[in-house]
Ligand binder design. Sequence first.
Ligand code: CMC
Length: 422
Amino acid sequence: MPDSITITDNRTGESFEVPIVDGGVDSAEWKNNLPGLWFNDPGYTTTSACLSSITEIKGDEGILRYRGYPIEQLAEQSTYLEVAYLLVNGELPDKGQYDQWVHDITHHTYTHENFRRRFVDGFHFNAHPMGMLTSSLAAMSTFYPEAKDIEDPANRMLQITRLIAKLPTLAAASYRFSIGMPYVFPENDLSFPHNFLSMMFKVAEDKYETDPAIVRALDILFILHADHEQNCSTTTARTVGSAHADPYSSVAAAAAALYGPRHGGANEAVLNMLDEIGTYDQVDDFIAGVKRGERRLMGFGHRVYKNFDPRATIIKNAADEVFKVTGSNPRLDIALKLEEAALNDEYFISRKLYPNVDFYSGLIYQSLGFPPEMFTVLFAIPRVSGWLAHWNEMLEHNSRITRPRQLYTGAAERPYVAIGDR
Ligand code: CMC
């Protein structure tokens, strides 16, 4: 049997054959044979927008791999910086490459003083840290005008290094500003996650110390959030990048997409939801409201995973390790009951709705001392490596500008009517 499909246009009786390659069909075959007939696919549920060799997801089997490596093995044995290198460069680094990468990232963590003093300090006193991060990323393009040279691979790599390095600094600055605390400068002898915790929580001590289990848990969360193929924010980064915008602008646009509660904003929404439910005995009422369509169960459901989200499984284990140090989160009981009630309910079973990465991550973040407004920022810190890996891959593939079609359903041509005659 040929690996192809045959399409017949019943209006003309003409058929054409389309080869199946890498699990898809080339839309150019359709376009050439049926000009002017567009696929209507809002939300791109059945459209592949690119070829990519970065992340593989098999939604029905709960499989997630970065460059072929299973997420479980990376979460167990790797570090976030190693994973970031893997995503961006395609291979795991050897010892020399890793040391150089860590050195480069460490030495790009500072931001320009004008940026911190004039820009970050200019926000309104109660600005949401995610809004601050998004606009800070866009503003950063003005500090690095050479980033516009997107044709030069070495220049692209410099901007990628800068962005991965500066994200924790920007994230911590937005938090410290929001609580009126002085900024803490990056420290070169601390690991990536430890340095971030220090910039977040250091007060007057010489060195910010914390339990290694906490540092490791944060690094695991960074690994799990580093990439997830063509999600809403990554698609945004690719779309904006396809217009040849500089990487800071492309990543700022991606961060804006991540901010939404259907995407990265879900972790904050989960915590708010658990607070709203309030007590264990309110869970059944809440589930009933979700089934009546009054609202969504935040942290549940996924466009691609229809069985389980492998990141949620790893996060649940990481949560146990964190709670051993911090003590259990008071909302954990409500979350567990919510999960159990939903997993046994026909409404959720029939729609294949399972806990996603955001269901438990917020509980960990909260136990680590992060306020809910910071949760999506915590997602953005590692996801920038995924956005940039995709941005770089897109430019390497020399892809075309993103420009979909539409099916026009508006008024037919009609003459203009003067305002007094309407
Ligand atoms: N609670 C209740 N019902 C839901 C939920 C939910 N969380 N998610 C989907 N459904 C229902 C939905 O109402 C629909 O029912 P029906 O067929 O009767 O109309 C059905 O399930 C299919 O939903 P959909 O909206 O077509 O699914 P989608 O693939 O377009 O949306 C999603 C995926 C993640 C946006 C959605 O499941 C959702 O809004 N979940 C809550 C927000 C969330 O947790 N987001 C984080 C996703 S993972 C991390 C990330 O991407 O950043």
